[in-house]
Design a protein around this ligand. Structure first.
Ligand code: F6P
Length: 468
């Protein structure tokens, strides 16, 4: 088996910014997947320094070697806070109203991609397969080719891919997408994002597309694009459930909610997660059912994220205001309807909270996949499972809807839809909760992160791809 080289902006190293709690799906998933297979993982250390000597921090842990570099303050500003998180992230999440289009940050993005390519190139050996992750590093495959890499190189996008007419609002969009055709294999979370990408290649680049095989041919080169839905680290997460930490977390939540039903949301504090809309939906439920305010307690765990970006500061302020309004209007001396917590928790504690909460709310306005939805299901007691309320616009809805027999699917823009779903979840009889849980659990268990990695890497290294 070839050695695997993974390249991503975020690497799960202990000192990385955001490592505690807000690290999110990508780093956790890659950590889990790499542990089994071994390999090299390259990316940003999460640290800022003005050191331009190209010093690399290399750490070995079992079969995994991590190699990270620092970025300068300007790099972080232009590449991470700028182009990646103020241009591509909002655009890829259909928030053109929040997207900033500045040539300067675009240049910073290109510069950092080149710096990553130069730094990782000497570490890549002839027989390695290389797997690049996410929107921060779209052009790096092309840069590696310019540096002479002949390896099989794959790319996986963890976010949605926007519809063509949205993407064309990005200055130099063709240039960005053309660089992607240097990859041998491109993976998306769902068929929906895949088909938007294929549509762009067909209509904007005039590429030849064979939809059945996913082959996209342009100027003599063929790239294959497919969907590979990411999953959770099932075994690891189940093992968390057996810890004292998880059991204590369950007890802590149950003791503090007493006779009320716990409803939980766990999200990075990001506007794509639809948190203000969720609070509005809960407010609508209380307005329509004032006699049930005492039946329910909503716990929102929202560790801060990307705090240097203005749109993230705004969402935080908005959420505090909306939560405060409902709590002000609905609290009593012994009861607060919404608990809003701004910190991250360990996986074991989250397992415990999920198990105690009889309703899980995962309602992003747009999300590549959303592993919290899968973790919520994985943590349920099969004999007395909770109900997952899931946004129609999360990638996970493609797998957990189960033809209407799995999660309760909602439109997160509609407060009335929220109110109806909360009411249905509160009143759902045990037999229906069980049958919905049973419809979802097989996918969550079997289509796990190890299977995801095995399929993608198998395709990348195998005969599926044409020789270029
Ligand atoms: O795809 C988006 C993503 O990489 C997630 O997988 C992860 O949860 C999040 O972004 C982390 O963002 P950041 O690295 O900016 O903290």
């Amino acid at each position: 088996m070839s050695r695997l080289v993974v390249i991503s902006n975020r690497v799960a190293v202990p000192k990385a910014r955001g490592a505690a709690g807000a690290q999110g799906g990508l780093a956790g998933a890659l950590n889990a997947a790499l542990k089994d297979r071994g390999g090299l993982w390259f990316g940003w250390s999460g640290q800022e320094s003005e050191d331009r000597t190209g010093n690399m921090n290399v750490q070995r842990d079992g079969g995994v070697t991590t190699a990270t570099i620092d970025l300068s303050t300007r790099d972080v500003d232009e590449y991470y806070n700028g182009y990646a998180n103020s241009t591509l992230w909002p655009l890829f999440h259909y928030r053109i109203d929040l997207a900033e289009f500045e040539n300067e940050t675009g240049r910073g993005y290109e510069r950092v991609n080149e710096r990553f390519a130069e730094s990782v190139m000497p570490l890549i050996e002839e027989d390695d397969i290389v797997w690049v992750h996410d929107y921060h590093l779209i052009p790096i495959g092309h840069r590696l080719r310019e540096h002479g890499a002949k390896n099989r190189i794959g790319f996986f996008l963890h976010t949605p891919w926007p519809p063509t007419r949205l993407l064309t609002s990005l200055p130099f969009h063709e240039r960005l997408v053309l660089t992607m055709l240097s990859y041998d294999l491109i993976g998306f979370q769902t068929e929906e994002w895949l088909s938007s990408f294929v549509h762009y290649c067909e209509t904007e680049l005039g590429a030849d597309v064979d939809k059945a095989s996913g082959r996209i041919t342009h100027e003599g080169r063929t790239t294959t694009a497919r969907s590979y839905p990411i999953g959770i680290d099932w075994d690891h997460f189940q093992a968390q459930g057996d810890t004292g930490e998880a059991r204590q977390a369950t007890q802590r939540l149950l003791a503090s909610t007493r006779h009320r039903t716990g409803m939980i949301g766990v999200d990075r504090l990001d506007y794509s997660k639809g948190l203000p809309e969720r609070i509005d939906g809960i407010g609508r439920f209380f307005d329509q059912n004032p006699e049930r305010v005492r039946d329910l307690v909503f716990i929102q765990i929202a560790p801060p994220s990307r705090e240097d970006v203005e749109s993230y500061q705004k969402i935080r302020a908005e959420l505090e205001q909306k939560t405060g309004q409902i709590n002000g209007a609905r609290s009593e001396v012994d009861m607060v309807p919404i608990r809003y917590v701004n910190q991250g928790y360990s996986h074991a504690e989250l397992y415990g909270f999920f198990r105690a909460a009889k309703i899980g709310l995962v309602t992003p306005l747009r999300d590549g996949m959303n592993l919290v939805a899968k973790e919520y299901v994985a943590a349920q007691d099969p004999d007395d499972p909770g109900v997952l309320i899931l946004s129609d616009f999360a990638g996970a809805a493609h797998q957990l809807d189960c033809d209407g027999k799995g999660a309760l699917i909602v439109n997160p823009h509609s407060p009335d839809a929220f109110a109806r779903a909360i009411e249905a979840a509160l009143d759902m009889p045990l037999h229906e909760r069980k049958s919905r849980y049973e419809a979802m659990i097989g996918t969550v268990r079997d289509e796990n992160v190890q299977a995801w990695m095995k399929t993608f890497c198998g395709d990348l290294a195998g005969d599926l791809l044409p020789a270029n």
